[in-house]
Write a protein that binds this ligand. Structure first.
Ligand SMILES: C[S@@+](CC[C@H](N)C(=O)[O-])C[C@H]1O[C@@H](n2cnc3c(N)ncnc32)[C@H](O)[C@@H]1O
Length: 219
């Protein structure tokens, strides 16, 4: 998804360096303790947040945790920032950067959960390396997740789902939840689910939503 450039969003990002890290140099470490009021809280990361409906809702529901939205596009980062400021979400930081450098931005084993929601499918095989569930990305998630941490993935794209299950399995990951129709699971699962922008759009068209939770096993 490529968002049309919104000058207000770029301006807003520039005015709030305390909330958004705008394309930081991967060679310089980020001191997250200076960006969160309480660094001892569990850290959760969403990779490819888009306009941020999921991560801002989660941050609002869980003031006892810290959250980072990782998003490549500055316009999307500005839209997330606008919601963060409106809802006064002190526990949410925005990292405008390529997830390919994730292991430079976070300390080893510092995160509890990583969320991948409706990641770009990159259906052509020559673009496989760009998929956020390609093995090089999985290695980065493994490096920054705590030993008991896990990955949560949702998509409406059957091809990306099948690819991701295989890629994670080949990487030695373990699955503790899989669904090929998340919106028709039991009430507890459906009620707990937080819809993303894409999920809302595709579910409204009647598309099934695929989901999984996986971890890297005991390290
Ligand atoms: C299809 S959109 C989904 C947005 C949102 N998660 C949702 O479900 O509504 C994918 C998002 O991932 C972002 N993205 C893609 N590759 C990325 C990468 N390597 N690093 C960070 N963000 C990325 C895109 O800019 C886009 O906003």
């Amino acid at each position: 998804m490529r968002l049309r450039n919104k000058p207000w969003a770029v301006k807003l990002v520039g005015e709030h360096p305390e909330s958004v890290l705008d394309r930081p140099d991967p060679a310089s470490k980020i001191d997250w303790s200076k960006r969160f009021t309480d660094i001892s809280r569990p850290l959760e990361i969403e990779v490819g947040s888009g306009k941020g409906r999921f991560i801002t809702t989660l941050a609002e529901q869980h003031p006892e945790k810290n959250f980072v939205a990782v998003e490549l596009q500055i316009t999307a980062a500005g839209i997330i920032l606008r919601t963060k400021l409106e809802k006064k979400l002190d526990n949410l930081q925005i990292l405008c950067a390529d997830a390919a450098n994730l292991d430079s931005f976070f300390s080893p084993h510092s995160a509890e959960t990583i969320y991948l929601n409706f990641s770009d499918p990159w259906p052509k095989s020559r673009h496989e390396k760009r998929r956020l569930t390609y093995k090089t990305f999985l290695a980065k998630y493994q490096a920054i997740l705590a030993p008991h941490g896990h990955l949560e993935f949702k998509t409406d794209n059957a091809g990306l789902y099948a690819y991701s299950v295989l890629s994670m399995n080949n990487f030695g990951m373990h699955f503790d939840f899989v669904s090929v129709d998340l919106h028709h699971e039991n009430d507890e699962i459906v009620t707990r689910n937080i819809e993303t922008e894409y999920e809302h759009k595709f579910a409204a068209k009647g598309n099934p939503i695929y989901a999984l939770h996986a971890d890297f096993g005991v390290k």
